[in-house]
Design a protein around this ligand. Sequence first.
Ligand code: ATR
Length: 281
Amino acid sequence: MTRHVAVIGHPVAHSRSPLIHGHWIAEHGIDGSYDRRDVPPADIAGFLADFAASGLVGANVTVPHKEAAFAAAQQRDPVAQALGAVNTLWLADGRLHGANTDVHGFLANLDTAAPEWDRALDEAVVLGAGGAARAIVYGLLSRGIGRVTVANRTLSRAEALRAQFGDRVLPVDWRDLAGTLPSARLLVNTTSLGMKGQPPLDIDLSLLSPDAVVTDAVYVPLETPLLRAAKARGLAAVDGLGMLLHQAVPGFERWFGVTPQVTPALRALAVEDLRAKGQLA
Ligand code: ATR
């Protein structure tokens, strides 16, 4: 029987998940489908409460429904439990299961693109304190990084991450960011700054150590001004597209029983899609 999966969001037309999973479905000759379901906020609780009626065996969940999916999941993995957000759902034993694979996506992307990035990494700086930052801070702490500085325009949101994750998280005001850079070996942008149509992220990267790694959760444009500046300084620069590709792996494995690979061919397909939509630069 054909297994149907979809990404659920609002809006959802821009989602690249169908491109990724469609590629793997074809590659592995799977009897399955993956499409988009736009579910408005007013309908999401009802949709998830009777998920089986949707005809789907599982789903990805994107903005703004990750918290609703967390609330609806009858069983959650430890990462979702810690983050209060679910981005991957599947039915098993008549129950709705939820996981959060954003942390896996973030870590697997760095493991692949900058091997040994976490070797002797004492201090990381995370810019932003929203949902993406929460997943990334959790991932860094789970890898044993000693100190994670969180710089945010609204300091109280950075302080909330310390309250949640403990005193290895150091909240700093956005205006005090420069002082935290010299001792950092990893800089992660999770803010919307640098995204197409948003103001640039203006940071003096000369303050970073020459062996620092810079990564951006933003992937539209693929090469953000932050990553371009990092490359110009000879720093390792890791784009956010890899995070998107890697976060898709655990869901596909659940729904279709095959562990897919993030291959150069898949990445090329995603890059081509960015190019076609004028989102490369
Ligand atoms: P997400 O869940 O994708 O992380 P979010 O919760 O909207 O999205 O978070 C966006 C992040 O970008 C926040 O850290 C936000 O800072 P505030 O918490 O102060 O809002 C940050 N951000 C957005 N625009 C910004 C700007 N112009 N200057 C500095 N930070 C900005």
